[in-house]
Every structure is written in structure tokens, then in C-alpha cells.
Design a binder for this molecule. Structure first.
Ligand SMILES: [Zn+2]
Length: 150
């Protein structure tokens, strides 16, 4: 088992504009700022956290703009939507590679969980079991629990 927190080196504004263009999105200043915030904030932020990060340097940005931009990022495949422990707040995951989530019910912290052995197990299980009228592409577990102090 390996827990990992993403340590992305922060992309330059040019790289962010390029990511938006590659995803087929117009690289407006607000979208660049919102994408930059997503790459800066740790873990799996809420739209409100992104808004608070972006707002000081972009005073015309509204929470609605942030939601709209996040939705367009999700649609373009730049971002994944993740549910928190009680499923009430939408959280966003800038890491679109396949991984699982451990969700702490006390703190609502979402911890990335990568385990190739688990991925293989899930693939083999569902390949053997099969679904009726459904073709699976990927598997992502959402494991809720309580994080204990190390
Ligand atoms: Zn994640």
C-alpha cells in the first residue's frame, strides 16, 4: 500500500494556457487563474476553496464563474469530480490518472490511494464476473473511514 500526495511542480501560465488549449477550452485569464489554483491547492479542494484562492488577484471572479469553469474542466477531462464522505459537497481532483480514495469521515480529508495489485484484482474480478449490458472501463474505490494519528 502506498499513500501519496501529489507533488506537482507548479506549471507556468504558458503551460496552463497550453493545457486549456489542448483540452479545447479558450484560455481566458479567469480560467488560467482557476486552473493555477487547482494545481496549487493541496488534496481535493471544493469550489469555495478555489474561489478563495483565486479571488484576491481576480476581484471580478464570482463563485458562479468558478463553478462554471470547474464544470467545463471536468467536461474537458482536465479534472475529476469526487464526493466527500457524506456525499454532500463536490470536491475536485486534478489527478485524472486512475487511483482510489480514502475519505476520513471526521475531517472530510480525501487521501489518494494507489495500489496496482488492487487494480489488477478489480479488473480480474469483474472480467470473470461480468456485467449485463455494461462495459467497464475503469475502477475507482471510494473508501470511507476514520484516519488515526500516525
Ligand atoms: Zn484523488
Amino acid at each position: 500500500m502506498s499513500l501519496h500526495t501529489a507533488h506537482h511542480s507548479l506549471p507556468s501560465p504558458e503551460q496552463l494556457r497550453e493545457q486549456l488549449a489542448t483540452a479545447g477550452l479558450r484560455a481566458t485569464q479567469q480560467r488560467v487563474a482557476i486552473l493555477a489554483a487547482l494545481r496549487t491547492l493541496p488534496g481535493h479542494p471544493t469550489a469555495e476553496q478555489v474561489f478563495r484562492q483565486v479571488r484576491p488577484a481576480n476581484p471580478t471572479v464570482s463563485l458562479g464563474t468558478v463553478y462554471k469553469a470547474l464544470d467545463s474542466f471536468v467536461a474537458a477531462g482536465l479534472l475529476r469530480r469526487v464526493a466527500d464522505a457524506d456525499g454532500t459537497r463536490r470536491r475536485y481532483d486534478p489527478d485524472c490518472t486512475n487511483h482510489h480514495h480514502l475519505v476520513c469521515q471526521n475531517t472530510q480529508e480525501i487521501i489518494d490511494y494507489c495500489d496496482p495489485q488492487l487494480d489488477r484484482l478489480l479488473q480480474e474480478f469483474f472480467a470473470a464476473r461480468g456485467f449485463e449490458n455494461f462495459q467497464p472501463h475503469s475502477y475507482s474505490l471510494h473508501i470511507t473511514g476514520v484516519r488515526s494519528e500516525a
